[in-house]
Design a binder for this molecule. Structure first.
Ligand code: 5AD
Length: 372
């Protein structure tokens, strides 16, 4: 079968990105948009090679615990925005969160990601108490927080309690576009300040954005790439925008899986050491989305560890995957899919290569070994 090869302008530009780690704005936009047959695959091959030079074939699994869908914010795109009166709200208590972690530990997870809406019920004290309890129960595991914007003192308290990483997508690096996606009460400047504070404190910090959100142009994507290049996050979460019917953007078009994959590849080539998840949103838009994400340079997958009865309520967008391989019970099947795609589901904390800690216990083999 003859491979489709893109034109030489594309291959030479992609080769130069691989070699030099940078391009002009126009060239970056061209890599994202060029419609030559085989262009995405050509770029993905470069990104795969870059990620394998740093992290080999390992794919890191994170146990995602969506512990509250209450949110004080009103982002126009998000299904758990406060104005969505149809959302069925829930919160998990500390004990429930700890039992999710214990179950996840048994399945081989060594990172727990606590993600929630921006929920004031979870005061600093409550978050600190949860982080401490998880670290006490699982001293060898990493804890990632994704609980929205707070003040620097609060972030510092979370870090001192033992949290290792923090995810806060910047959503868009262009202020006018930020205004299109968020109500006036939300501050672009504060969001970026939070990201800088997190990094200063010493968190492995993740930013990120949706691809194809309403009003987004290729120039906005290039601005996101420039922001990422300057900020040098340890993690970048990106996935396609998917409309949610009970939001102001309910009738908007979803983002493109293909552009999402190109962005993953370009980010991998700009920051070869970055931890890059193949997101649930990508898996929702395309049944092979997560595998394609791994093939495009991603190296993290985050299955859902939340209790089954709440999983269907954390609906950021329509048709969000929340059963089957998305769920922890499906982790062996997921591992099998990862292995079939040529990778290895690693049982380790999966820190950023610049952050590897001496206390990381030796990986226990075979827990996740795919079983027929
Ligand atoms: N489609 C895709 N991603 C979404 N998010 C929120 N709403 C949507 C949507 N409709 C993303 C945002 C947020 C993350 C938790 O989920 O980027 O930061």
């Amino acid at each position: 079968m003859a491979e489709k090869t893109p034109g030489s302008v594309f291959t030479e530009t992609a080769d130069r990105l691989e070699r030099e780690g940078d391009l002009s704005d126009g060239e970056l936009a061209f890599l994202l948009q060029c419609a030559d047959p085989g262009a995405g695959e050509y770029l993905a091959a470069k990104a795969r090679a870059a990620r394998e030079r740093v992290y080999g074939k390992d794919v890191y699994l994170r146990g995602l615990i969506e512990f509250t869908n209450f949110c004080k914010n009103d982002c126009y795109y998000c299904g758990i925005r406060r104005s969505n009166k149809k959302a069925e709200r829930y919160r998990l208590g500390e004990e429930e969160i700890l039992s999710c972690c214990a179950m996840g530990y048994g399945l081989g997870f060594r990172t727990f990601v606590l993600q929630g809406g921006d929920d004031p019920y979870f005061t600093d004290e409550r978050i600190v108490s949860i982080v401490r309890a998880i670290k006490k129960q699982h001293p060898g595991c990493a804890v990632t927080l994704s609980v929205g914007e707070r003040e620097k003192e609060s972030f510092q308290r979370f870090f001192d309690a033992g949290a290792d990483r923090y995810l806060l997508r910047h959503e868009t690096a262009t202020e006018s576009h930020y205004r299109r996606l968020h109500p006036g009460e939300m501050s672009f400047e504060h969001r970026l300040r939070c990201l800088r504070d997190l990094k200063e404190i010493g968190f492995q910090t993740g930013c990120g954005m949706m691809i194809g959100s309403p009003g987004q142009t290729p120039e906005h994507l290039v601005a996101d790439l420039r922001f990422i290049q300057g900020f040098r996050p340890e993690m970048v979460g990106i996935g396609p925008f998917i409309p949610h019917r009970d939001t102001p953007f309910g009738e908007e078009e979803p983002g493109s899986a293909e552009t999402t994959l190109r962005m993953l590849s370009v980010i991998r080539l700009l920051l070869p050491e970055v931890l890059l998840p193949a997101t649930t949103a990508l898996g929702t838009l395309d049944p092979r989305g997560r595998e394609k994400g791994l093939e495009a340079g991603a190296n993290v997958v985050m299955p859902n560890l939340s209790p089954a009865d709440v999983r269907g309520k954390y609906l950021l967008y329509d048709n969000k995957l929340c059963t089957g391989e998305e769920a922890a019970e499906g982790v062996r099947r997921l591992s099998l899919r990862i292995e079939r795609a040529g990778y290895r589901a690693a049982v380790s904390r999966g820190d950023h290569i610049g952050f590897e800690k001496a206390e990381t216990p030796a990986p226990e083999k075979d827990i996740l070994k795919a079983q027929p």
